[in-house]
Design a protein around this ligand. Sequence first.
Ligand code: PMT
Length: 220
Amino acid sequence: AENLPLYNKKVLITAGPTYEAIDPVRFIGNHSSGKMGFELAAAAHAAGAQVTLISGPTHLENPNEDIKIIRVQSAVEMYNAATDHFSEVDIAIASAAVSDYRPKISASQKIKKSAETMELQLVKNPDILASLGEFKKHQLLVGFALETENEEENASGKLKRKNLDFIVLNSLNDSGAGFKSETNKVKILFKDEKVKAFPLKSKREVAQDILNEIILLLDE
Ligand code: PMT
């Protein structure tokens, strides 16, 4: 295993959606299936890395028993798990679709139907990736951006604000890209402003492309 490109490297990956509880039966969530993150974990493991995968609720099974999976529900739980492990790792990849807000109050009993309208007050969740960007020392840090408009501009803003080495942009305007599908179409934006565009591929191949870019940066 010593000749594998990520031998002796520790990799942290976030994957899947987060569920933000409204009451014991309802939540705010999103369409992430976790596929992109689980493929990244499998590819990093195959490249020789020691992998910790922090996943929100998904139906996916651990791709390899040597991968350590920490299953969480909410953004706050994902934040706690990610910040607990970050100082030990060499590489972190944030592919999770984290809810930006959570209900201010999570009711302890099922909310009853009554008035014609009801309001739900939301509070901001911690930004996991931005926090890792602040804590970053030797780590290589990679984020994702899921955009629906001004894609490159928004992704490049996140790259800088969150102190990343590169960001993987996928757009909901490209068919076969983003949530749930077996495929994805990405552009990688680097902190030196270089951009690499990739064709539509399986998420397995996209994961390999992302790891190849990480390996190239480590070799520099
Ligand atoms: O799971 P799949 O169905 O395979 O779909 C894959 C995917 C579309 C979810 C994935 O490819 C992807 O794009 N993940 C990031 C989705 C997202 O929420 O992007 P964002 O632009 O809102 O966030 C930017 C970055 O900050 C992301 O790396 C995100 O993980 C991170 N973030 C965001 C908010 C927050 N509170 N904490 C975070 O860490």
